[in-house]
Design a protein. Structure first.
Length: 175
């Protein structure tokens, strides 16, 4: 899917990243890139923790074939050049500003590089106050012990302790 979108794809071994940084860029974006080969670095995969069920999963946005919102969205999983932001800043909107921002930069031919990380660079928390939809009832797969033997294992107890406080606060707000 990512190759059909003109994205660089998995850079886990560093070779594709190296190629991307050396690739000549055409179009409007070139003056903004400086020595960089991409204006946006975007995780395509990350860990998720569901507060309600206190369970872990791994989410791979690249598996959602034909759905650019899964690749372009999830603002917590992207890093971008200040020059790119200056060329097309975030619009003020209630929902989807991250997707809109990346889509706008891509329409201006700003290159995007995907980083497929399954080791644990990012862990996103799914809770009642965000729009992730990562509760088990939403059809995403979570497993309570899957991450105990993964690179994020050292974070599990921290998440458990934080979950208790956050869930209590959210329960108070519902009353």
């Amino acid at each position: 899917m990512t190759s059909s979108m003109g994205l660089y794809g998995n850079v886990g071994d560093g070779k594709l990243l190296e190629q991307a940084l050396k690739a000549p860029q055409a179009g409007k974006a070139r003056p903004y890139l400086g020595d960089f080969g991409a204006a946006i670095a975007k995780l395509s995969c990350w860990h998720e923790y569901a507060l309600r069920s206190r369970s872990w999963s791994t989410f791979n946005a690249a598996e959602y074939s034909g759905n650019n919102s899964q690749i372009y969205g999830w603002g917590f999983s992207l890093v971008y050049l200040k020059a790119a932001w200056e060329a097309g800043p975030f619009r003020h909107m209630d929902l989807g500003e991250d997707y809109d921002f990346v889509k706008n930069l891509r329409s201006m031919e700003f290159p995007l590089i995907l980083v497929h990380d399954t080791r644990g660079m990012c862990a996103h928390t799914c809770h009642a106050d965000n729009i992730t939809g990562g509760d088990p009832e939403e059809g995403r797969n979570f497993a309570s012990t899957a991450q105990m033997y993964s690179p994020v294992a050292s974070l599990v107890s921290l998440y458990e302790n934080a979950a208790r406080g956050i869930l209590a606060k959210q329960a108070e707000q519902l009353e």
